[in-house]
Write a protein that binds this ligand. Sequence first.
Ligand SMILES: C=CC1=C(C)c2cc3[nH]c(cc4nc(cc5[nH]c(cc1n2)c(C)c5CCC(=O)O)C(CCC(=O)O)=C4C)c(C)c3C=C
Ligand SMILES: [Fe+2]
Length: 438
Amino acid sequence: MISLSLLGLIGVFGTAALVVGVFGTAALSKGLAGKTFCSVGVCTYPLSDAESRSHVKEERVGVLLLNLGGPDTLHDVRPFLYNLFADPDIIRLPRLFRFLQRPLAQLISVLRARKSKEAYASIGGGSPLRKITDEQADALKSELEAKKVSANVYVAMRYWHPFTEEAAHQIKKDRITRLVVLPLYPQFSISTTGSSIRALNDIFRKDNILSKLPVAIIKSWYRRDGYIKSMADLIEKEMQSFDTPQEVMIFFSAHGVPVTYVVNAGDPYKDQMEECIYMIMQELKARGIDNNHRLAYQSRVGPVQWLKPYTDEVLVELGQEGVKSLLAVPVSFVSEHIETLEEIDMEYKELAFKSGVENWGRVPALGCTSSFITDLADAVIEALPSATPMSTLATPSSAQQFRHNPVGYAIKIFFGSFFTLLLLLSPRMLSAFRKPVV
Ligand SMILES: C=CC1=C(C)c2cc3[nH]c(cc4nc(cc5[nH]c(cc1n2)c(C)c5CCC(=O)O)C(CCC(=O)O)=C4C)c(C)c3C=C
Ligand SMILES: [Fe+2]
């Protein structure tokens, strides 16, 4: 993974508040109280007098799974990286420098491609994300059917096929009348769910039909009982593969984000992650499992600070402290992907053994675990009544920010742009994108 040194440093100089799209997502999950909806089978909108006299409108429910996407082949790696770095929620430039977004993405994707290709080559030549997400979509559709809710389930990837635009096109073609948006990230981050919702919002608002479609957005779901219990089940099961399960250190490894996301832009990701780990551990305690545990953050590169402690550093510390048995638990994502299959299973495992750990295990990603899919289906059904058209939701624009505090806004633009230019010219920044993951 790549640490955006440039962006972190921009954040240090106080320009992170300029990011648009980030704050726009805050209001998106607000429900529309008072709408009636039958969650089983054919459902109805609240009807006008004329409608109720003439006919009952048939409800066609859609569920849209949001995910990051990954290159299907090694050939796709560079364009996939370009799409990722062209995202203003990943490379967060001040408004004045937005014109540099694409050239910068071009440059960084070229610099990063070799390292990234090697990693994808080591896990079979491409990302497994599309296949796994399609399987999750099928499983969710079946589970909804079992619960008497007939729904089409769509997949929208942020940086590779099927893109958000493709999913939106299909939703419109299928004349969906009510949509639940379900990101496949348990915890919310500006860089993941936030970015996907912003992209969706941009597409829906511009479209005459989609802008009126009632949509319910589930922003995060790590607190759900079904998810917490499913994670605890996987951990409990995997612990049994150790000779002395009670001595196993449960080692949660979450994907990192640059510190500036949390500190400057108010990303709730770190708080949500900590609460999530607490809840999983409480569930394990209730089952009589009271092992030691740690949380660390993986997948950083570059000179800026990402969330700490870093997975690689903690692994070395644990080895030095004499921990002999370690169970790695990937916790920020629900599919196997490059960071579980390459980074954890290969790089971190090797590092742990070198540091003195003798017994290693890794909890699989939830994938299509049935208790988990059942819980996602419940989440969808619970969210359906709160659907409301995206066009009715407010997203504060930079123009509004300007009206609110014109002097502060001008100062941020000036200093943000000045420091950005300096950093863009810095060779250190560019070399950071080529560095290995750990
Ligand atoms: C919760 C999960 C994730 C967060 C948070 C996240 C933030 C984040 N990622 C990058 C840069 C890269 N991400 C890449 C791939 C990738 N990232 C996630 C998840 C999160 N990213 C997934 C599921 C994947 C796809 C993996 C796959 O199997 O294909 C990549 C490409 C791979 C590589 O070269 O390492 C990059 C680059 C940033 C900068 C960031 C936060 C700002
Ligand atoms: Fe990532």
